[in-house]
Design a protein around this ligand. Structure first.
Ligand code: RP5
Length: 163
């Protein structure tokens, strides 16, 4: 999609339950995104085609979520000059620690900005991507400030017995 600043890619349909939190956060900030399933091992040709064209297609930041032997963010970063933020999806076998280490332990030379495991990582990947875009988009910077202010306002000063 031309002119869409953020690509959200994920290794499997099963990752969407996590990655939809990135999508929802971008929607709350009024940022357009394109969400795609791109598996490094099941659809390597799709990954190559996506990553090689991502910048020419107009994307500015890529958010990549994957679980297990999660090579999607690193492989993507190897094939594009765009910033790539990796979200470790919580795996069944190792609770996402495998995903985290696969994504965070990039050898020097090809960076992947790695977020937390699961929903927190997905939300924060979107907020980090928004912060990057906001450097050159004053209106977005205002929306991001307002988002943070609403978050602050939503925190009670004292705990309640009601959950
Ligand atoms: C990875 O394998 C995906 O990113 C996903 O987190 C994990 C499991 O995929 P499914 O077997 O659920 O399709 O490639």
């Amino acid at each position: 999609m031309a002119g869409t600043p953020i690509a959200i890619i994920m290794g499997s349909q099963s990752d969407w339950a996590t990655m939809r939190h990135a999508a929802e956060t971008l929607e709350a900030l009024g940022i357009a995104y394109d969400a795609r399933i791109v598996s490094a091992h099941r659809t390597p040709d799709r990954l190559y085609a996506f990553a090689k064209k991502a910048k020419a297609d107009g994307f500015q930041v890529i958010i990549a979520g994957a679980g297990g032997a999660a090579h999607l963010p690193g492989m993507t970063a190897a094939m594009t000059p765009l910033p790539v933020f990796g979200v470790p999806v919580e795996s069944k076998a190792l609770s996402g620690q495998d995903s985290l280490l696969s994504i965070v332990q990039m050898p020097a030379g090809i960076p992947v900005g790695t977020l937390a495991i699961g929903r927190a990582g997905a939300v924060n990947a979107a907020l980090l991507a928004a912060a990057v875009l906001a450097l050159h988009d004053p209106a977005l910077a205002e929306r991001l400030d307002a988002w943070r202010a609403r978050q602050s306002d939503s925190v009670a000063e004292r705990p309640s017995d009601e959950s």
